[in-house]
Design a protein around this ligand. Sequence first.
Ligand code: NAD
Ligand code: TYD
Length: 336
Amino acid sequence: MNIIVTGGAGFIGSNFVRMILDEHKGTYVVNLDSLTYAGNLGNLEGYIDNKNHKFVKGDICDGRLVEKLIDEHKIDAIVNFAAESHVDRSLVDPGVFIDTNVTGTLTLLKAALEKNIGRFLQVSTDEVYGSLGEEGMFTEQTPISPNSPYSASKAAADHLVCAFGHSWGLKYNITRCSNNYGQYQFPEKMIPLMINNALNGKDLPMYGDGLYVRDWLYVYDHCTAIWKVLTETEPGTIYNVGGNNEKTNLAVVNFILDRLGKDTSLIKHVKDRPGHDRRYAIDSTKIMTELKWAPSVNFEEGMSKTIDWYLQNKKWLETIVSGDYQKYYDSMYANR
Ligand code: NAD
Ligand code: TYD
């Protein structure tokens, strides 16, 4: 099988590409990524020159490039990870989220339809469902009700994918996953940001009361779920993917501090995120029963692996946090 993976130099995309090159050797991957601040060829170290991998620097909004790649490499499927992915950035500059997440997805859909691609898999998020109170879980039937510009742009993309299936028979799947953590995650997201700050003895900025709840999934387990949906399902289906690991932000940060042998006095409660979703929890029954998918590690094992990885890859982290990252950090946190 020949596939285009978009956003394959980002956090989850690069983990997905490495998994395929390691475990599914009959698959050829064309990795299309524009290398924004979040994309980094260092995430693919040791894999760039793999004979089953071709990296192409380009934008998913460039329809002619996408069609050319489909023809040139006889592409069977597209897996779309490329996105602007950080809620806080979407609250400052939503426009680019519409460009990439909506117009970019639309461009890929048009190319996939034009070239009669066998499968289009949209990597979506549980955040399209909105926020939960203390009870309940998101199922695939939960109405879409996004709250941030990020989740609104992802929801718009999901609707477009379904509309292409409904109107013209595009063969699609959508996966909606909970919060991921693991190696190569950019330190704007909570877990690597807190690890990086703790390692440097800096304050850990806890939004509001810290009792917001996320359902954490180890990134490799998200990748195995996407692979199963891509290769084992009928088109036209949507699957939730979650870790069944509901944790408050305070519990996650306390785990990190404990593992690093640092004191909880580093935690500093700061001004909350506007419109902050209180709780996400995902019901993964459908993928677990229909596709026999299950996470390979529990939260404690996954987090231990992740923290060890950041400790062993300080060079990667240092490169990422030099330059523009510091400007971003100051603009977000200096007056919080
Ligand atoms: P990321 O920000 O780490 O990576 C995004 C990648 O997309 C980067 O490599 C970037 O260079 C690339 N990109 C951005 N705009 C592009 C464009 N116009 N053309 C080509 N490439 C472009 O994101 P991530 O955390 O790896 O998330 C990947 C996908 O998974 C996203 O669609 C996101 O919505 C979804 N998702 C993420 C999570 C999570 O916890 N991180 C959870 C569920 C779903
Ligand atoms: P994040 O990693 O940005 O993921 P998302 O908003 O997509 O769920 O944030 C996870 C949780 O951590 C969320 O409740 C916001 C909170 N958070 C902080 O308290 N401090 C921070 O510096 C960041 C980045 C997030």
